[in-house]
Design a protein around this ligand. Structure first.
Ligand SMILES: Cc1cc2nc3c(=O)[nH]c(=O)nc-3n(C[C@H](O)[C@H](O)[C@H](O)COP(=O)(O)OP(=O)(O)OC[C@H]3O[C@@H](n4cnc5c(N)ncnc54)[C@H](O)[C@@H]3O)c2cc1C
Length: 524
């Protein structure tokens, strides 16, 4: 994928489908629409997955929480999608064992029965059967578990992934099939001759150039920003989305040194807490804080950090302190607004919703990463009728994503910083081997090398330090201080590739410092 080539495709044609928003939802819609044979253009105002889609807990899961709430239909749908994702993106999705620790006698039968039901609902796509562990095996699986009054644990299985890498992979998948996807191109208005949405106005954040782009149907997949785009269509549009913030802390692996995750179904105030091994670090989260406004770069609140530290300390033998935090990040869930359920909807499926305005703007809100494929299918099914497109069936159930490679393939690199490329890993390694400078580490605390920055620019449409350190590599989440220190080297490499001067380098570094400091807890 190359941004200049993509921009050159904006040639005045009428697209079948324009998708606004390059997160999980929009990228899924682009893959679905293009693979059905509709000429598809996707526009993202910032970078792919800049929004919520790079800030999740990174689980591909049926949602044990929804089981507790009795939302069986949603669990069945998500478990099915979990199975399809493991099959269609095996190099990015891996099985993960979870232990629910037991401190009270009744928790064994209670969680045991619930998680057996979880197994049954997954049917033939179940990953492995759940089972009870005694105290000793629980400690073996989770060496840092708090042992006072520990009776044992219930083990079950879900899957985990790298959210931002999955987003880039979906963009590549759509592009492989002929879609055009452009980052840093913001939709600023809708074209509505005779009251019907017929395209968008968009502005290129790099060149400042304005575009008028026409389409048979326009799909609003802007997550927490969906209401802003709906207001471009109708200034009186009812709000559909309520942003809800969730925060995660990243610690080093000594806080959970094995390959098993901890799941606490009920913290003191009834939330779910996860402690998850991820990329040689540990992720702990999350929170659920209603926010008044959507933020593209949300900041964790001090009380959210305190809540996670306090609750993690109740379940870990060695308590984490604020000074142990390598990075802290926040994301906002695009939850369907309670009032939104009152508007006329074309289709409601579990927790996502497709809404079609009188002028034909198709909006998809809600959902989660795990169900992005089904959300896309439902959205495109509805968009076909709105755009008068020829009916064609969805093909994504069995569609392998870009770089597909079996986990059993011995050629799949074991190291996470190379495994994420899947079948492209051989080409990446050959590229790195061409020049010893490309194999230099970006920073001693990070696994990534300089050549991966060049690769990200040439093949993954990275444009800024942030694109490279936050999403093409996960440096910012793995270690915010190291990511701050690596910035000058990354800026130089980017400037060399993209033809920028020293003024650009200085301004990039300044912007990056401002952003990356938000990933360190206050007072550290
Ligand atoms: C804390 C947290 C934990 C989560 N954990 C999980 C999990 O473990 N598993 C799971 O399955 N799900 C999880 N989720 C849910 C999942 O992350 C989201 O449902 C999903 O990422 C939403 O994707 P989206 O594409 O709808 O929104 P986004 O990713 O926010 O994408 C919307 C995009 O639209 C762009 N945009 C906005 N306005 C414009 C415009 N005018 N022009 C062009 N582009 C525009 C934005 O820049 C943004 O990139 C979690 C969510 C949170 C917040």
């Amino acid at each position: 994928m190359n941004r200049e080539q993509m921009i050159n495709c904006l040639d005045g044609r009428t697209w079948d489908v324009i998708v606004i928003g390059g997160g999980a939802t929009g990228l899924g819609v682009a893959v679905d629409a293009q693979t059905r044979g509709y000429q598809t253009l996707l526009l993202e105002q910032h970078d792919f997955a800049k929004g919520t889609s790079s800030r999740s807990t990174k689980l591909v899961h049926g949602g044990v929480r929804y089981l507790q709430q009795g939302n069986i239909a949603l669990v069945i749908e998500a478990l099915r999608e979990r199975g399809l994702l493991c099959r269609n993106a095996p190099h990015l999705v891996q099985h993960l064992a979870f232990v629910v620790p037991r401190y009270r006698w009744w928790e064994g039968p209670f969680y045991g029965i619930g998680l057996k039901l979880y197994d049954i609902l997954a049917g033939s796509l179940n990953l492995a059967p759940s089972r009870q562990l005694d105290r000793q095996e629980t400690i073996q699986r989770i060496p840092n578990i708090a042992t006072e009054h520990l009776i044992g644990g219930t083990m079950y299985h879900d899957a985990q992934f790298d959210d931002a890498r999955m987003a880039i992979t979906l963009a590549q998948t759509a592009a492989d099939h002929g879609a055009v996807l452009i980052n840093y191109l913001r939709v600023s208005g809708l074209i509505k001759p005779e009251g019907t949405v017929a395209g968008v106005q968009a502005v290129d954040a790099e060149s400042g150039r304005l575009y008028e782009l026409r389409a048979r149907v326009v799909i609003n997949a802007t997550g927490i920003f969906a209401d802003q785009v709906r207001c471009m269509d109708d200034t009186a549009a009812e709000p559909l989305v309520s942003p809800s913030q969730g925060v995660h802390l990243v610690l080093d692996r000594t806080f959970q040194p094995s390959e098993t995750a901890i799941m606490v179904p009920h913290t003191d105030d009834g939330r779910v807490l996860f402690v998850i091994p991820w990329h040689e670090r540990v992720l702990i989260g999350t929170t659920d804080t209603a926010m008044e406004r959507p933020e593209l770069e949300p900041r964790p609140l001090a009380e959210e950090v305190g809540f996670i530290l306090r609750n993690a300390a109740r379940y870990l033998e060695r308590d984490p302190a604020e000074t142990d935090i390598l990075s802290v990040f926040a994301g906002q869930r695009p939850l369907v607004h309670p009032n939104g359920l009152g508007v006329q909807t074309k289709s409601i499926s579990r927790e996502h919703m497709v809404v079609i305005s009188e002028s034909g703007l198709v909006t998809i809100v809600g959902g989660k990463w795990t169900t992005y494929r089904k959300m896309a299918q439902d959205t495109v099914d509805d968009a076909i009728a709105v755009g008068g497109l020829p009916e064609r069936p969805c093909v994504t159930e069995n569609l392998r994503v870009h770089g597909w490679m079996s986990r059993e393939d011995p050629a799949l690199p074991q190291a996470g910083h190379l495994q994420m490329y899947g079948a492209d890993a051989a080409a990446v390694q050959a590229f790195l081997a061409e020049d010893p400078a490309r194999t230099e580490l970006l920073h001693p605390q990070l696994p990534y090398v300089c050549g991966q920055v060049l690769w990200a620019v040439r093949h993954e449409m990275a444009r800024t330090i942030e694109d490279v350190l936050a999403r093409r590599t996960r440096s910012l989440l793995l270690d915010a201080r190291a990511a701050l220190a690596a910035a000058p080297r990354v800026a130089e490499l980017l400037a060399g590739e993209l033809g920028h001067d020293s003024v650009w380098i200085a301004s990039q570094i300044a912007q990056w410092r401002e952003l990356a400091r938000g990933y360190l807890p206050a007072g550290v």
